[in-house]
Design a protein around this ligand. Sequence first.
Ligand code: G3P
Length: 214
Amino acid sequence: MKIFIDTANIEEIRECAAMGVIDGVTTNPTLVAKTGRKFEEVLGDIVEVVDGPISAEIVSPDADGMVAEARGLAAIHRNIVIKFPLTAEGLKAVRRSSKEGIKSNVTLCFSPAQALLAAKAGATYVSPFVGRLDDVSASGMDLIHQIVQIYENYGFDTQVIVASIRSPMHLVEGALAGAHVATCPYSVIKQLVKHPLTDIGIERFLADWQKVPR
Ligand code: G3P
């Protein structure tokens, strides 16, 4: 499974990239707004740190505007992947952009039918939001299983990104379901590293090391 970091904060990206566990980055308008920085500057910094897919979201309401935005962002760096919303206009823009070789991440996916349409339109990635489904008493992980099954049934190349991750179990269950990617907030990546038995083990080894004659 590939792990992307879901943030626009360059310090968080640098720290996780230094551990060698980051294959790519996803951003969205909310995450970029949190930085207080210009979008193009943020993207310019990210592509210097991570050599993998970097998702950048467009905001136009119609396909023409989306395609124009996508062309501009894709021109920044070969690793930029354009995030299109899962709407009729978004799907039209995915189809047109994919013919120009622009990679896409179809976002705000909440149903298996939507995911099927994204794959048919030629999406490189689809992003089902598991946390936001869990928030409204639906099962985000059931959706991941359904999409993986449908894509396998018909041999679609579109990769499933487990998105809107809130806890380490979303990544683990997504991996067991066969999702291709998990995009995790910085806080979840830090949680993934930790295990109390590792900390206790280190403490004991250090204490015992003091007893070794030198
Ligand atoms: O990858 C999508 C993600 O950024 C949305 O997360 O926590 O806002 O639902 P959240």
